[in-house]
Design a protein around this ligand. Structure first.
Ligand code: NAP
Ligand code: 12T
Length: 359
């Protein structure tokens, strides 16, 4: 059987370390793993199961002999280096937002649209964490009842913003508790968005900004949910408006989702459809106070769905709550699952024609 030489770009990061961990529990036949990161980390080691991998600095020539490259080192790193990986004959699974809206790049949640990969051009994009878990909750409903409209509010974990954001949050939380500081007295350097001008404390706070603002007063994170839903579900008519909020949770995104179906849905049937959908787990038994919670999703590959109920006024309106480990299904596991699916479909091979420009 074929086995693959795999590279992980951003191997020291919050997502990259989990990619390596997911690769130790994969059906993908692996011949070797190369850990790549910036110059800062070169020569250090990262764990891969009980092995330890020496980190190499990412360069234009890092992909010689590589069949599959998982990228999670930021959009600018993917923009520059993913084309070099494709040129070297690798298939890239990119976890950044850089290629997601490129018409030559499939945007994939394997349970929903694995077929989109069949005609790939060497790069497959992994969607945004908040979009992925919402797709798992909505696709079983959409397939039977159709989907017209979604209004979502997220309660997003700090881990999505990387290791430095998690360190900052831990320090702030500790300072409030141990030193009796008021949250407004804390200093912040990273959140809400490392790339923006002002920074605010997350400890005991809720920040209605993830990523930077676009010119329509929504943030990029919110607009990613809008655009990515349409692309994954292959339907530009689905209306999606999002409000993305960072909360003081380290790992595990939660979302309150309101949706309107085309046909009027039966709630008991919706629960059954979700419970049977791959990657989804129904946790909905309010009589026994059973519903998805972020703390229970940490370390799991599934998306947990509950609090499913009819809108009080709109006949085709449904509310639900969904939770997933944003660093696993939201990033590392969805990327490794894309790789497993590529292998199952025999799609891990060099491309005939280069569609991406080398910079
Ligand atoms: P992180 O913890 O800050 O890790 C960043 C990683 O990128 C580190 O391994 C870092 O290496 C590496 N890196 C940074 N600059 C580099 C360069 N110039 N060349 C090579 N490697 C470089 O961040 P993270 O949370 O893992 O996220 C990484 C990226 O994944 C994000 O920027 C985002 O684009 C994407 N992401 C996507 C999702 C999603 O929703 N699908 C979720 C989270 C993150 P050093 O240790 O050497 O600095
Ligand atoms: N700003 O991959 O900060 O588009 O939680 C994922 C997570 C961007 C992305 C975050 C972000 C992405 C975050």
């Amino acid at each position: 059987m074929k086995s693959y030489h795999v590279a992980v770009v951003g191997a020291t990061g919050a997502v990259g370390t989990r990619m390596l961990e997911q690769l130790t529990h994969t059906t993908l036949p692996i011949a070797s793993v190369r850990a790549l990161a910036s110059k800062r980390s070169a020569g250090k080691t990262v764990a891969f199961g009980d092995q330890s991998l020496v980190i190499e600095e990412l360069t234009e020539t890092s992909f010689e002999g590589i069949d599959l490259a998982l990228f999670s080192a930021g959009g600018s790193v993917s923009a520059k280096f993913a084309p070099y990986a494709v040129k070297a004959g690798a298939v890239v699974v990119d976890n950044t937002s850089f290629f997601r809206q490129n018409p030559d790049v499939p945007l994939v949640v394997p349970e929903v649209n694995a077929h989109a990969m069949d005609q790939h051009n060497g790069i497959i994009a992994c969607p945004n964490c908040s979009t992925i878990q919402m797709m798992i909750a909505l696709e079983p409903i959409r397939r039977v009842y159709g989907l017209k409209r979604v209004i979502v509010s997220t309660y997003q974990a700090i881990g999505g913003a990387g290791n430095r954001a998690m360190d900052e949050a831990r320090q702030q939380l500790k300072a409030v508790i141990d030193d009796n500081l008021d949250s407004t007295a804390l200093t912040a350097e990273i959140l809400p968005s490392a790339g923006d001008k002002r920074h605010y404390p997350i400890a005991f706070n809720a920040l209605p900004q993830i990523d930077v603002f676009t010119d329509n007063d929504y943030t990029y994170e919110e607009m990613k949910m809008t655009h990515e839903t349409k692309k994954i579900m292959e339907d530009d008519d689905i209306a999606v408006s999002a409000t993305c909020v960072r909360v003081p949770v380290l790992i595990g995104h939660s979302e309150s989702v309101y949706l309107e179906t085309e046909k009027i849905a039966d709630i008991a049937e919706v629960k059954r459809l979700i419970s049977e959908f791959p990657g989804a787990v129904l946790e909905d038994d309010v009589a026994h106070q059973i519903y998805p919670q972020a703390i229970n999703a940490v370390g799991k590959r599934e998306t947990f769905v509950g609090r499913i109920r009819k809108d009080l006024d709109v006949e085709n309106g449904i509310h639900l709550w969904c939770v997933s480990d944003n660093l696993l299904k939201g990033a590392a596991w969805n990327s490794v699952q894309i790789a497993e699916t590529l292998h199952e479909r025999d799609l891990i091979h060099p491309v005939d024609q280069m569609k991406f420009e080398l910079k």
